[in-house]
Design a protein around this ligand. Structure first.
Ligand SMILES: NC(=O)c1ccc[n+]([C@@H]2O[C@H](COP(=O)([O-])OP(=O)(O)OC[C@H]3O[C@@H](n4cnc5c(N)ncnc54)[C@H](OP(=O)(O)O)[C@@H]3O)[C@@H](O)[C@H]2O)c1
Length: 379
């Protein structure tokens, strides 16, 4: 593959509302040890990322950046000199959890979304990974690139493939976040679990991942009963139960327990859900020795009381993203067919835009914020 000297990319001078994005022609980044140059085929656009670039979310990022980060499917354009398993042309998933190689537990960032907020991680991002994937090419850290079995994932069904489009594969990095949550609390096959809320981008994905991991029953809780019913309809009868969030803490807890003991609960609430009674209801519904994974951004103290945690011997685990090995795991789950992507999993591609159509992409993202809507930027 002969490479051009320059590429087109979407540039942001600094966070501002509205973000002042321009399409620029920039030199291709030089490939250095520990990195891989990826030709971007598709990368996700979400309302949330627009809010981040507008400065509304409060996440910090360096100035003078190429937008985007992980959540990208592409092909290896040029592997770094220390690359051993990513030949030119290989289809790959690029995931967005960045960790410093010499200090992975302390220096962490979400590529293109949050530089970690502390001086050490901010400086590390500024010097190394401030440019993302809203471009024809992206230079990715080697460890953030996962090879994909293209024949299996994208091949025709009649030839043993799964028939996914490249854009369908954009769900993989989302499901990866949910996998991190479930693995963090050791989800076991056959268990009954709660996902609350279950109608968001990540929380909706947590339902499919739980089923793929063998959960016996998933109780999907949320305010939007229409979306809950749509999710329920994707699975065999009885596998998914739905519980509307009514604001009645005790009543909702009783409903959550109505199918039997609940082993585990995953919470992916946004800050907007601060004050919602669903968190208390879910803790109440957990059985003795139950486990909870907290992954959201609720801005208040824990809904479980000290006494409840002690007397029920609860395990409560905070979960920021996932472990590196989980990226390989989610890909293997998809390649095996136990984890579904695309329309069968309730996820459809509602728009696909070129770099110079980014404004249309943001507009589409703003109208499609509920679970199951993928908007792709395809440079
Ligand atoms: N820990 C991590 O590693 C990690 C990774 C990714 C994201 N996150 C965080 O996870 C959170 C959710 O992300 P997401 O992308 O799934 O969000 P999202 O797509 O915007 O979905 C938000 C969900 O929260 C529900 N919700 C909104 N306001 C609510 C309220 N007042 N009471 C109850 N439910 C409410 C929504 O339900 P309706 O359908 O009823 O509106 C929807 O189900 C975000 O804060 C994000 O930063 C954490």
């Amino acid at each position: 593959m002969s490479l051009p000297t320059h590429m087109r990319a979407l540039h942001l001078p600094s966070l501002s509302s509205p973000p002042q994005i321009t399409l620029r022609t920039l030199p291709l980044p030089p490939v250095v040890p520990g990195s891989v140059l990826i030709r971007v085929l598709a990368t996700q656009i979400t309302q949330k990322s627009h809010d981040i670039y507008s400065g509304k979310v409060g996440f910090t990022l360096p100035s003078d950046i190429i937008l985007g980060g992980g959540y990208t499917i592409g092909r290896v354009a040029q592997p770094g000199p220390d690359t051993t398993s990513l030949p030119v042309g290989k289809l790959v998933m690029v995931q967005s959890f960045l960790r410093a190689r010499d200090n992975p537990d302390e220096i962490q960032a979400v590529w293109g979304a949050f530089d970690g907020g502390v001086p050490t991680s901010r400086e590390w991002i500024e010097k190394n990974w401030k440019n993302g994937s809203f471009a024809e090419y992206v230079l990715a850290p080697l460890e953030n690139v996962e090879p994909l079995d293209e024949e299996r994932l994208c091949g025709p069904k009649e030839e043993g493939g799964l028939g996914y489009s490249v854009e369908d594969l954009l769900q993989l990095p989302v499901q990866l976040v949910a996998l991190g949550g479930w693995k963090g609390i050791g989800l076991q096959a056959g268990e009954r679990v709660i996902v609350a809320p279950a109608t968001g981008q990540y929380s909706g994905a947590a339902v499919e991942v739980a089923v793929a991991m063998g959960a016996g029953q998933v109780i999907a809780m949320g305010r939007n009963v229409e979306v809950l019913k749509r999710i329920q309809g994707l699975y065999p009868k009885g596998r998914i139960q739905i519980v509307p969030m009514t604001g009645d803490e005790e009543g909702d807890a009783q409903k959550l327990m109505s199918w039997g003991p609940v082993d585990a609960y995953i919470d992916v609430s946004p800050a907007a859900a601060t004050g919602s009674t669903h968190v208390s209801s879910c803790f109440k519904a957990l059985r003795n020795y139950g486990r909870a994974s907290l992954m959201g951004t609720i801005a208040e103290g824990l809904a479980a009381t000290y006494a409840m945690i002690v007397w029920k011997s609860l395990t409560i685990k905070g979960q920021y993203m996932y472990d590196r090995a989980d990226a390989r795991h989610i890909v293997r789950m998809a390649e095996s067919g136990v984890l579904r992507l695309g329309p069968e999993s309730g996820v459809e591609v509602v728009g696909k835009f070129k770099l110079d159509e980014i404004d249309k992409g943001w507009e589409t993202a703003a109208k499609n914020t509920e679970f199951g809507k993928t908007i792709a930027l395809a440079p």
